[in-house]
Design a protein around this ligand. Structure first.
Ligand code: NIG
Ligand code: FE
Length: 411
């Protein structure tokens, strides 16, 4: 099966296989080809180039992309899109002046979603979650990481991870799965955090890995949730089973979680709304990808990750959605890219690099996703007729996407 996209106004993010992620000044560069073609064979990018070199061959399907921009699909390296119900009441409470922490302290927040999740069957949870997955695919996401963390007990965590596994089996989008047992302290363990951590390590983790349900391990390392010491203990337990850490850190406070995560070879550290100079220092020359979640900052009204400061210090940065019912009820990566430009002062080039190749790296998918590269998966966004790629973040709130191709198939 050959699919040819021709007369592409501009083909974005064309790179060789050698590039696995970008940092510092390199993030300002976004290689493109004007008046280009792209040839897809089955689910793989077979060739691309300028129109004057477009091969004259028989193909099964041709798409004319005159006046349209073509780019790789978004790589969303941080979501919690498997959840039950919603938290609209907390949305209203927030409008009326309560903070995220105040809502959590009243029994709302993560524990509220946990209650709903444990009342849902696996089938109900699957049905709800698949709608969200289908929604983000239509919005141009072609690879996504999904976390557990609303079960907070053996059955609930396994249920969430089995739903993620089923999504992996039934959809063409690349999905990576993360075990986030340490997302909050369940009510029954209110005064006994160590017992809950032991439950995670001694009971849930072995079952998760027995069924091969997770690629990564995560902890909400934050004041009032899990300490750096707890985080280290869980990262080390995960390592025994081959799970690489991706850690929630520095959302509200900087407590040393970044340094510890880098030390334990975390693939990513995520949130980073509160960054000290020491935190930035700890990330220099590390293999750990920092991930910013601007939709979360937008929704909660908390500071944005200091992207300029981090990029100017030579660090890499990825962008992800954080899609979840409490702090970011949106998985729209187009909005994420736009908000990163508008609020974090990332250039369109930096933001697109952060949401494609760097996002792929932050899921261990940089060999197959995140750029227009011969041999990578044919995961492609074709825009509507727009003047240039800068128009994507500029025209925030508009849907500028005409077509999404995942694994070579139009969805
Ligand atoms: O990444 N901060 C921790 N976890 C989620 C929010 C979870 C929730 O409120 O349901 C986040 O923002
Ligand atoms: Fe999160």
């Amino acid at each position: 099966m050959l699919l040819l996209i021709k007369n592409i106004q501009e083909l974005i993010q064309v790179r060789s296989m050698e590039v696995s992620f970008l940092k510092g000044d390199k993030m300002k560069e976004l290689p493109t080809l004007k008046n280009a073609f792209l040839l897809i064979e089955n689910e793989i990018i077979k060739d691309f180039g300028v129109m004057s070199q477009c091969p004259n061959i028989n193909v099964n399907q041709t798409i004319d992309a005159t006046n349209k921009t073509v780019l790789p699909t978004w790589c969303d390296a941080h979501t919690h899109l498997v959840y039950a119900g919603n938290r609209v009441q907390e949305f209203v409470d927030k409008i009326n002046g309560l903070s995220y922490e105040e809502i959590a302290n009243r029994g709302g927040g993560i524990l509220n979603s946990s209650k709903k999740l444990n009342e849902s069957s696996e089938e109900q949870l699957y049905q709800e979650s698949k709608k969200r997955l289908e929604e983000i695919m239509k919005l141009g996401t072609g690879a996504v990481e999904i976390k557990s963390g609303y079960g907070l007990c053996t059955d609930g965590e396994l249920k969430m991870l089995r739903v993620i596994k089923k999504l992996k089996e039934n959809y063409p989008i690349a999905i990576k799965s993360t075990f986030l047992g340490a997302h909050a302290l369940p009510f029954e363990f209110k005064n006994n955090k160590d017992a809950y951590i032991n439950l995670i390590i001694d009971e849930i983790l072995p079952k998760v890995t027995d069924e091969n349900l997770a690629d990564f391990i995560d902890v909400f390392c934050e004041t009032g949730y899990f300490t750096v010491e707890d985080t280290v203990k869980i990262m080390e337990a995960g390592a025994q089973y081959g799970l690489i850490p991706k850690i929630h850190v520095n959302q509200f406070t900087s407590i040393g979680g970044i340094e510890a995560s880098v030390h334990h070879k975390a693939l990513s550290v995520d949130h980073l709304e509160e960054m000290t100079d020491n935190d930035i220092e700890a990330l220099k020359n590390a293999s750990t990808m920092p991930i910013a979640l601007p939709s979360c900052s937008y929704y909660l009204g908390i500071p944005y990750t200091p992207a300029r400061k981090m990029l100017n210090a030579g660090l890499p940065l990825a962008l992800a959605s954080d899609y979840n019912p409490g702090s970011t009820p949106s998985g729209n990566m187009n909005f994420v890219v736009s908000t990163a430009c508008i609020k974090m002062k990332m250039t369109p080039e930096e933001a697109i690099n952060a949401a494609t190749i760097n996002g792929a790296y932050a899921m261990g998918l940089e060999k197959t996703h995140g750029s227009i590269t011969i041999g990578k998966k044919a995961n492609i966004i074709i825009t509507k007729e727009i003047p240039s790629y800068v128009y994507l973040p500029y025209a925030f709130g508009s849907n500028n996407i005409d077509m999404v191709i995942i694994n070579g198939k139009v969805i």
